[in-house]
Design a protein around this ligand. Structure first.
Ligand code: AP5
Ligand code: MG
Length: 215
């Protein structure tokens, strides 16, 4: 099962990916989480990426393509994966097509979480994250359910970074959806309901894939 989660900043990709990871036992590959881990570890890549993320801009295609290539060739990806946050530009989408071809894999579904801009702004301004495992939580959550860590605000959820993130998504990432619509892979999910409602829609969208694979 190879799934791609697509949607604007704050649309719920990380939230639904956690559910899918628990449900199917396949890794959640999130390029934003990978970049934040590099920043936390103070690696040369992390030092380069930190001001870019803080400003709400995109890290270069070359860096991101190399990162996803390394990740998809790790042994834990052989049973499948849930990609979140990649591809964000047309060159990334084309590079991913080439990589998937080389790995003899294909995407079973692209799950597009569709959420109004006003709701995105509301969610991002209140979001809390676990600095250890990167799980995301709504406002008011006391501690991480997985490891008990105290939750923090993400640097790019500060007001000055949120607007540029949404603008660059509209400019560079919206065209990526058409790339997958052409292949008839996109399931459009109404991302405006409760987390549980959306999880039900996401699971319903992948059910035909599960049936095909177990038939
Ligand atoms: P990334 O980490 O991917 O951030 P993003 O795309 O901006 O998305 P978010 O993680 O902010 O939102 P989400 O959709 O995961 O929502 P969540 O589930 O947390 O990337 C960060 C940065 O890294 C980028 O800006 C860029 O700089 C760089 N980067 C990463 N990949 C790159 C690439 N490929 N190329 C170039 N640069 C790259 O939910 C949000 C909040 O809402 C949470 O509090 C959650 O609890 C809550 N929530 C979720 N669902 C619901 C619901 N149904 N109702 C109410 N609240 C909800
Ligand atoms: Mg996320």
């Amino acid at each position: 099962m190879n799934l791609l989660l697509y949607g604007a900043p704050g649309s719920g990709k990380g939230t639904q990916a956690n559910m899918l990871r628990s449900h199917f036992g396949i890794p959640h590959i999130a390029t934003g989480d990978m970049l934040r881990a590099e920043i936390a570890a103070g690696t040369p890549l992390g030092q380069k990426a930190q001001p870019i993320l803080a400003a709400g801009k995109y890290v270069s295609d070359d860096i991101m393509i190399a990162m996803i290539r390394n990740r998809l060739t790790q042994p834990d990806s052989t049973l499948g994966f849930i990609i979140d946050g990649f591809p964000r530009t047309i060159p990334q989408a084309e590079a991913l097509d080439t990589l998937m071809g080389r790995l003899r894999r294909h995407f079973d579904r692209v799950l597009y979480l569709k959420v109004d801009t006003e709701e995105l702004l509301r969610r991002l301004s209140g979001r809390l994250v676990c600095p250890q495992c990167q799980r995301t939580y709504p406002p008011g959550t006391a501690a991480c359910e997985a490891d008990g860590s105290a939750l923090v605000q993400r640097e790019d959820d500060k007001a000055e970074a949120v607007k540029p993130r949404i603008e660059i998504y509209l400019q560079k990432t919206i065209p990526v959806l058409d790339h997958y619509r052409g292949e008839n892979l996109v399931s459009e999910i109404d991302g405006m309901g409760t987390i549980d409602d959306i999880s039900r829609q996401v699971l319903a969208a992948v059910t035909p894939v599960v049936k095909t694979k177990t038939a």
